[in-house]
Design a protein around this ligand. Sequence first.
Ligand code: GLN
Length: 475
Amino acid sequence: MAKLNELTIEEAARALRARECTVRELWDACSKAIEEKNPELNAYLEVFAADDAAIAAAQKRIDSEGENAPLLCGIPLAIKDNILIEGKIASAASKMLENYRATYDATVISKLKAQGALFLGRTNMDEFAMGSSTEHSAYGKTLNPIDTSRVPGGSSGGSAAAVAAHLAFAALGSDTGGSIRQPAALTGIVGLKPTYGAVSRSGLIAMGSSLDQIGPLAKSVEDARILYEAIRGKDVLDATTIPDGLYEARELPQSLRIGVPRHLLMEGVSADVLAAFEATLAKLTEAGHTLIDIELPTSAHALAAYYIIMPAEVSTNLARLDGIRYGHTARGETLLDDYIDSRTEGFGEETRRRVLLGTFVLSSGYIDAYYRKADAARVVLRREYDKAFESCDVIAFPTTLSPAFKFGEKSDPLSMYLEDIFTVTANLTGMPAISIPMGTVNRDGTALPVGIHFTAPHQAEQVLFAAGSAVQEAQ
Ligand code: GLN
């Protein structure tokens, strides 16, 4: 058997039920790996002490319920630092919330606790989930375990690195424009952004409220499915959650019609990433799936629309962090100084940039020119995708233009924003999307993972899992 911490959730759950290992052993295997590797990787900002009562309770439940115990019972997980766990600090990797202690559990956490899952610690991220590299954390960067001279992606880079380095069986992240899928691709794991409203946002520190979703980062498609099933569902604490879809009840197509928007791949995608993508598509057709050419002309404007709508919502959501009601406090001569100093000291540069940008696009002189136009583009995008789904079951493209980049390589904000070109549309349209490892490409003699990205219609997560399994099996 592989080392315990290297198992998937599926394998660990089976081992627990077969009494080949105990919950305590799973926990200790992760703790040991964290002790060895976290000082270098900085995937976790804080590692929690073992909760002996929770470990014992999970073991007892598996012993008494056996096969009927939830699959996540006794499984240690990592949680992104913007998801609230009662009594623990949730800082969103910001100095602003350095000492903020959560007074309640996020709905996803209550659901996981009810299943007997365990929490190893909180993981590093770009401040308030803004970024694509985990370089914008107030607590230092996270290294990519595959090549430590490179970024793990972001903003859920800590969660991705923790799973890829086997410092947790799986993790939760949040995705506003790609923050689960992009780091999953750059570290060689699976990442799912659920349908908007499929998973409750109660207890998630908000970035862009019309875009944010919590989702799993996992070692396999099946593990991502297990975590997704555990956290989803209507929640009275989040009015945007949707009732369970009718889609699940439908039969899954035996062979998938995969829509490929080739016109989008013309510019910017590295030649070897494109080759890995084509090779993956070829394997899928060999396995009996069909490729369909589709056109998504408005996608060319998706990134621009995202970088207007997202900062607008960021500026609104972060307004509460003013040094008076919440967060880091600095005191100056006047009340205005208090605000300015608190926010200047508490927020990092990227956060301040987005607050300014968002305030600008919402200001009375510019809201029509920018915000309302972007909002209209969003409707067009959604219609275009809906139309494309009349002829295909999923839409495929690479998750990123290139593999993990070096630290500091994208110090120009616009080049960093370009990282999100393929991932933002799923957030703008609210559709579910997944990134699955599709092999590696070589950089400086190191094989770096890349991912294939599938989007499906609203609430069609099951189709994404089917597409993901097809890729996994074809590898
Ligand atoms: N990289 C994107 C951004 O910087 C997405 C972030 C996210 O999904 N949280 O906004």
